[in-house]
Design a protein around this ligand. Structure first.
Ligand code: ADP
Ligand code: ZN
Length: 432
C-alpha cells in the first residue's frame, strides 16, 4: 500500500516534531544565500532556533517577485559545481524565476513523485504515457524521473499530436496517463472521431493537474475513459509536481509534509489561518540543498481539510485549488499574467489605449481572444497593412506567452469605458 510506510504513516505528533527540526535545518541552510542573509538579518539564526511552529510565523514571506529581483543566483545556497539542473519560468518580460537543484534535490524530487504515483496505484508493470511538456516546464521531467524511480515503463511522448498519442496508447497498451484535464477531454473527441474502442486500450489511471479543474471534470474524464483520475498539484518553486497528490480515496491532496511545510494565510493580512479555513497556500521547503525557499506565497486559494484520511497517511490534505489571489491565468496549462500581454501590446505604436482579453473554451481547447483598439490614423491603411500589423502583434505575443492568441482590431471608443479600475480580463470558460 505504501512506497515508504514509516514516513507515510507517521502520526501527527511525529510529523510536527520532524517539521520543527527540519525548519531549523532549512533556516541554517537558507541563511547562506545572499537573499536570505539580508532578509533574515534581524533574526539571530542559527543561534536562536525556532522553538515552535507558531514561532516560525514571525518570519517574512517570499514571493515570486523576490526570485525575479534576485535573478539568477540570489537564493543559491551551495556552490555552482553542486548544481545538476535548473528549471525556469517562461516569458521574456522581466527576469524569469530560476530554481536550481543538486543531485540530492533531484533524487528527493524523484522519490516524492514515485511515492505519489505509488499512492495512486501505479506499479512496476504499468506503461506510463507522459503527455506533458518536457524541457524547462517541470511537469514533464518531474513525472519522468518519478516513473523511472518507481520502475514502470515511461513513454516520454510530450504534448501534441492527438492521433499519435492514441496510436501509442493502443500499440504499447498504455495503462497510466499524465495529462492536462482539458486535454483529456479534447483527446476523447479525437478518440471518438477515430473510432477507437476503449476495449482496444488498456487505460486504468490518469494523473491530472497543472491547471485548475472541477470535480465534475474529473468525473467526466473517469466516465469517458472508464478509469480513475487523480489530482496532482505542484509548482516549480517547490520543485514542480509531487508537492501534493490524491490517494485512492480522492478526498483532497496529501501534502508531503516531510518535504514541504504548508500554511494557509489570509491573503490580505498575512495572518495564519486554522485548518479548515480557506485562504492562500504558503510553502516552506524542508529538504532543499541548492535553494531552500521559506514561506513562499503560492497565490493559490485552498484550505487544509481537517481530520484523518482513511488511507492511513497523516500528511495533511489540501482541497482542490479554487482560484488565485493574484491575476495569473492558466491557459492550457501555461501560466500567463495579463501584464505580459499589455506590455507587448503597448510596444506597438499603432495600438491605442484600450484592450480586453477574453479566455474562451472551444471544444476543450482554451483560447485567448484579444480585442485591441487601433489608433484612428492607422485604420485608414490598406487591408494588407492591417493584416501585417496583426501578424506582427500575434508573433510578439506568442514569443512572450508561448501560445498564439486570436487578435481582433477595433476602432477607438468601441470597447467599454472604465470608471476606476479597468476590467480587462474576461474569463468566459465554463460560462459560454
Ligand atoms: P506547473 O509545472 O505545475 O505548471 P508552475 O510553477 O508553472 O508549475 O505552475 C504552478 C501553478 O499551477 C500552481 O501555483 C497552480 O496555480 C497551478 N496548478 C498546478 N497544479 C494544479 C492543480 N492540480 N490544480 C489547480 N491548479 C494547479
Ligand atoms: Zn489518503
Amino acid at each position: 500500500m505504501y512506497w515508504e510506510k514509516d514516513i507515510e504513516t507517521l502520526g501527527r505528533d511525529g510529523l510536527n516534531k520532524m517539521t520543527l527540526t527540519k525548519l531549523n535545518q532549512m533556516l541554517s541552510t537558507a541563511i547562506k544565500s545572499p537573499y536570505y542573509q539580508k532578509k533574515l538579518k534581524d533574526f539571530d539564526i542559527p543561534n536562536q532556533p525556532i522553538k515552535s511552529l507558531k514561532d516560525f510565523q514571525r518570519l517574512p514571506f517570499t514571493e515570486k517577485q523576490d526570485l525575479r529581483d534576485h535573478f539568477p543566483d540570489g537564493l543559491l545556497c551551495c556552490s555552482k559545481e553542486e548544481i545538476i539542473r535548473m528549471h525556469s519560468s517562461s516569458g521574456t518580460t522581466g527576469n524569469p524565476t530560476v530554481v536550481y537543484h543538486t543531485k540530492k534535490d533531484i533524487e528527493t524530487w524523484a522519490n516524492l513523485m514515485a511515492r505519489s504515483l505509488y499512492m495512486a496505484g501505479v506499479r512496476r508493470r504499468d506503461v506510463f504515457q507522459n503527455i506533458m511538456g518536457y524541457g524547462l516546464f517541470t511537469g514533464g521531467l518531474g513525472f519522468h524521473y518519478g516513473v523511472e524511480k518507481l520502475g514502470a515503463m515511461i513513454i516520454p511522448i510530450g504534448t501534441g499530436n492527438s492521433k499519435r498519442q492514441l496510436w501509442f496508447m493502443k500499440e504499447f497498451q498504455t495503462s497510466v496517463l499524465h495529462i492536462l484535464p482539458n486535454y483529456a477531454l479534447r483527446l476523447h473527441m479525437v478518440l471518438k472521431e477515430e473510432k477507437i474502442k476503449l476495449e482496444d486500450l488498456n487505460l486504468r489511471i490518469a494523473c491530472i493537474g497543472s491547471e485548475p479543474h472541477t470535480e465534475e471534470t474529473r468525473r467526466k474524464i473517469e466516465e469517458l475513459y472508464k478509469i480513475k483520475a487523480y489530482n496532482s498539484y505542484g509548482l516549480s518553486e517547490m520543485n514542480g509536481p509531487g508537492v501534493a497528490f490524491e490517494c485512492t480515496y480522492q478526498s483532497g491532496m496529501h501534502v508531503w509534509e516531510d518535504a514541504f511545510y504548508p500554511e494557509i494565510i489570509d491573503p490580505q493580512t498575512g495572518e495564519v489561518l486554522p485548518d479548515g479555513e480557506w485562504g492562500e497556500l504558503v510553502f516552506t521547503t524542508l529538504q532543499r540543498e541548492a535553494m531552500p525557499i521559506l514561506r513562499y506565497r503560492t497565490k493559490d486559494l485552498t484550505r487544509i481539510i481537517p481530520g484523518a484520511c482513511p488511507c492511513g497517511r497523516h500528511h495533511r490534505r489540501i482541497d482542490r485549488i479554487k482560484g488565485r489571489s493574484d491575476d495569473m491565468l492558466i491557459i492550457n496549462g501555461v501560466n500567463i499574467f495579463p501584464m505580459q500581454i499589455e506590455q507587448k501590446l503597448m510596444q506597438f505604436e499603432e495600438v491605442g489605449s484600450n484592450y480586453i482579453i477574453e479566455i474562451r473554451n472551444e471544444n476543450y481547447l482554451e483560447k485567448i481572444h484579444i480585442k485591441v483598439e487601433i489608433k484612428p490614423e492607422y485604420f485608414g491603411g490598406t487591408l494588407t497593412q492591417l493584416e501585417s500589423l496583426k501578424g506582427r502583434i500575434i508573433e510578439s505575443l506568442k514569443a512572450e506567452i508561448t501560445v498564439s492568441p486570436v487578435v481582433q482590431f477595433v476602432e477607438p471608443g468601441t470597447l467599454p469605458d472604465f470608471a476606476g479600475k479597468a476590467q480587462r480580463v474576461f474569463d468566459l470558460r465554463n460560462k459560454e
